[in-house]
Ligand binder design. Sequence first.
Ligand code: GLU
Ligand code: MG
Length: 455
Amino acid sequence: MAATDARDRMLKQAEKDGIEFFLAMFVDMHGKPCAKAVPASAVDTLLTDGAGFAGFAVGDIGQSPADPDLMAVPDPASYTRLPWKPDVAVLHCDPHVDGEPWPYAPRVILRRQLDRMREERGWVLKTGVEAEYILVRRTPDGGIVVADELDNSEKPCYEAKGLSRMWDHLSTVSRYMNELGWANYANDHEDGNGQFEQNFKFADALTTADRAIFLRYMVHVLAHEAGMAATFMPKPFSQYTGNGLHTHLSLWDAESDAPLFETDSDARGLGLSDLAYQFMGGLIEHGRPMAGLICPTVNSYKRIGVGAPNSGATWAPAYNAYGGNNRTVMLRIPEGGRMEHRGVDGSANPYLAFAGLLAAGLDGVDRALDPGEPVTDNLFALRPEEVAARGIERLPVTLADAVDRLTEDKVLRTALGEVRSGDFVDYYADVKRREFQDYHARVSAWEIDRYLTLF
Ligand code: GLU
Ligand code: MG
């Protein structure tokens, strides 16, 4: 009944909006959006059967060329009209094969987790993300430069002039977010040259994951139209600050919508309930293996835990710890009722990231874990031995290390579920190990500079 309602509501809205094409969209393991354009005349078949894809051609989503079609079945509640092409609307889809949700599909993995929590505990996960990105231009030699050539100061963060020079792009994204009802509330120049962040209100985790995918898509399209390229990659320039996808997390009661992480009587003074502390205990317990999911690329490890860029601080975590309003730790409490995970980076697949974070947090709840006292130190200023003396662990330093840890984590293994080849986590790890190996096997310019005539 509810499904029919959502479908009817969507169809009415589409008719009112004069939609001519639907983009049936879903992502592969890496968060790459794939789509087919389906004319409105074929929407009934699209909603019933889905749009068909040769799954192997999609990328890493568990299919071989011998497999039946991957059918992308739209979630009508995800209807998103393209603000720049208002007769087209995106429908985020749950890939199915032979009529069953496909367990390799990131959106299916997250949805399953969220449904189970709602059923078993009556809770909803809400998330908000801060998607940082850098506007660049390609150079004739194949390199990249910051798109705005005047954007070269050493402390570019919050610079009014830098913000103003990108006004057309930034104000368009803002206007579009608001047209979509996302409630954009801030747009700023971030800490890296050419880097921006445009914030929108938090929502239930599935909606936020869909929006993160749509936002990246939208920013790419608009940057391209303006003759630039946008990048969300974690560390496109070694000398500038990287791109995070900081994720704010909170649990809510499914019936009453009451916030479950909020309280006035927190002895530690951070406005967090016991449940929130336990959840955070779980995030720390699984913090290092989690890196394999939330920092999922070779490039991710150039963002976290390296020395300071030109601007003075990375703002990205190197250590598995929490603090109050402290931006040098992995988990920051900006105010009561939620926690910000600063580890998640711009290459993270939001569906898989949220699924992993939720599983870790719930394990903390089940085991009533206590994350201890908040860290008040500036961890960027301490020597590694001083951090270790406080009992704080370092986050993994390479993708290979993180993925090894991920495969050893039973909670994350169970949460990500089973696929036909075994556990999803092993499939994921195989892909990621090949990615690391492919990178690692190449001799870099740095090695030649350093070693060529040294010995
Ligand atoms: N760009 C930093 C990162 O990579 C975060 C900066 C901030 O605190 O907004 O996580
Ligand atoms: Mg930021």
